[in-house]
Design a protein around this ligand. Structure first.
Ligand code: TYC
Length: 110
């Protein structure tokens, strides 16, 4: 409810109800294994687009290679969608079938 204040100037001011600041829902970007994309390309993408160090990028790539799927990073919806689109375009340029998906990250829910 808006509160009204009457001060001596005769001007009535109104205070807007405070909007609750909610943290945005976060999304995991998942990287999927395939038999054709090179390990080097995946590491380059994890470093260049997801800003991982070379050792972390290699660790994520190997995890995906051996288990089938892994988390490239956790972002807001727009950032996750943009990174997926960037990687899709890079992979398509090289004719790699690399696949990324996103899913809500329950750990960031409140
Ligand atoms: N399995 C690929 C190879 O052996 C490497 C790879 C890793 C591909 C992770 C995709 O998301 C991926 N060349």
């Amino acid at each position: 409810m808006a509160e009204k204040f009457d001060n001596d100037s005769g001007v009535v001011t109104e205070q807007k109800p405070q909007k609750k600041l909610k943290r945005p829902r976060m999304y995991r970007v998942l990287l999927h294994n395939d038999d054709y994309t090179t390990r080097e390309f995946v590491v380059d993408v994890l470093m260049g687009v997801f800003h991982h160090s070379e050792s972390k990028a290699t660790e994520i790539m190997l995890h995906v290679h051996y288990t089938g799927v892994g988390v490239a990073g956790v972002f807001t919806r727009e950032v996750a969608e943009t990174k997926i689109a960037i990687v899709d375009n890079l992979a398509r340029e090289r004719e790699y079938p690399l696949r990324l998906t996103m899913e809500p990250d329950e750990h960031h829910e409140d």
